[in-house]
Ligand binder design. Structure first.
Ligand code: UT7
Length: 369
């Protein structure tokens, strides 16, 4: 039996402040019904702390669930498109905070496909014997770069972090097959020029340059076809028919993208786990947060065949087939929490509203409450 990477711990960190559809109605010509019908999203979270804080707490929770001391880690790998800083990496900062003194650390950016790419890296290094215990984190603070008056993007994205521990195992459980791909020629459909979300990123930058450029319909079509093709390939590599899949955990991009891909693949929709309604699209964080939520909802059982699939900027895509191990209960719990906050959601997004006001012909002092 060959060495495989099996999930032994999982956790997530969602910041407490919500940005509801009703809040967004105050910022642009949108409405609750349109957002729910077209995306499946009712609310998303806006972080009052740095993305690294979210990553650290999700990581601590995953380590506790795995019953691991941070010193046992060989590698920390963080997938993020919105790191606090480009250098040092989020992974290096988390390594320091955890005291994971025996661990290597690096960040990886494949946009919303980041967690799947990171899993492929972790599994490959575990299978080759380079490492044995890896903490993979998906963390995003997308609120750090959003123009909340641009209704074509503001309704979609939220903040959060999810983490998973992969350990070497000689059993039949673990990552079984990987499909990764990219089409850089379509990269201009999603462009984010901002660099780093730490501090006031808007200082000395031009609003018209920094707004997230996003061709929603084009991305929608590429995503549906890309996910369906990638899942078909990865199931073929793993030697499974779609009926043999127990749970599908897709990137939570848009409920309609997932529904359309589910229909194309002729998958049973009751097997597809969704939590987009309360968290929105959290980029690289969405799949590990959904893994944690699916376990809490008892939707994953020992030995289940699970498909992870994502699509994102670049453009990039990736799918994984894995067999869950024997344990679906956490070995331990990390009791730490984020620091509390009294800030309202409009307090938290005030820098964004001021910075992008001129793009909408508005006075930067004209702020909602
Ligand atoms: O994580 C990976 C990257 N992201 C994604 O995967 C997201 C991909 N794309 C999408 O999710 C969808 O394309 C959106 C949610 C962004 C947009 O949904 P859509 O169904 O493609 O809407 P649309 O762009 O075709 O617009 C339909 C109508 C338009 O009005 P007209 O021209 O028909 O009168 C838009 O102006 O809806 C209007 N519209 C809105 N109305 C209210 C667009 N955005 C909004 C809005 N609220 N937020």
């Amino acid at each position: 039996m060959s060495t495989k990477a099996v999930i032994t711990g999982w956790g997530k960190c969602i910041p407490p402040v919500e940005l509801t559809n009703a809040d967004l109605e105050k910022l642009s010509d949108t409405n609750d019904q349109w957002i729910i019908d077209r995306t499946g999203i009712k609310s998303r979270r806006i972080s009052h702390v740095d993305g690294t804080d979210l990553a650290e707490l999700a990581g601590r929770r995953a380590l506790a669930a795995a019953g691991l001391d941070p010193k046992e880690l060989d590698l920390i790998l963080v997938a993020s498109t919105t790191p606090d800083l480009i250098c040092p990496s989020v992974a290096a900062m988390v390594q320091d905070r955890l005291g994971a003194v025996n661990s290597a650390a690096f960040d990886l950016n494949a946009a919303c496909s980041g967690f799947v790419y990171a899993t492929a890296n972790a599994a490959g290094m575990i299978e080759s014997g380079f490492v044995k215990k890896v903490l993979v984190i998906g963390a995003e603070k997308l609120s750090g770069v959003m123009d909340y008056r641009d209704r074509s993007t503001s309704v979609l994205f939220g903040d959060g972090a999810g983490a998973v521990v992969y350990e070497a195992s000689e059993g039949d459980a673990g990552v079984l097959a990987v499909d990764l791909g990219a089409d850089g020629g379509k990269g201009q459909t999603m462009v984010l020029k901002s660099m780093g979300t730490n501090g006031n990123v808007f200082e000395s930058l031009l609003a018209e340059e920094m707004a997230l450029h996003f061709e929603g319909q084009a991305v929608f079509k590429i995503a549906v076809q890309g996910i369906a093709a990638s899942v078909t390939r990865v199931l073929g590599t793993a030697g499974f028919e779609s009926e043999e899949v127990d749970v599908v955990i897709p990137h939570q991009a848009n409920a309609r993208i997932v529904d359309a891909a589910t229909r194309l693949l002729k998958l049973d929709e009751s097997k597809v786990f969704m939590n987009i309604d309360t968290l929105g699209n959290t980029g690289a964080a969405s799949i590990p947060m959904a893994i944690s939520d699916a376990l809490d909802a008892d939707q994953i059982s020992p030995g289940d065949i699970i498909v992870l699939s994502a699509f994102g900027g670049g453009v990039t895509w990736g799918s994984i087939v894995l067999k869950w191990g024997e344990r679906t209960e956490r070995l331990g719990h990390h009791e730490g929490e984020l620091p509390p906050t009294d800030a309202t959601v409009f307090d938290l997004i005030e820098p964004n509203l001021r910075f992008f006001a001129e793009l909408h012909g508005l006075d930067p002092e004209d702020l909602p409450s």
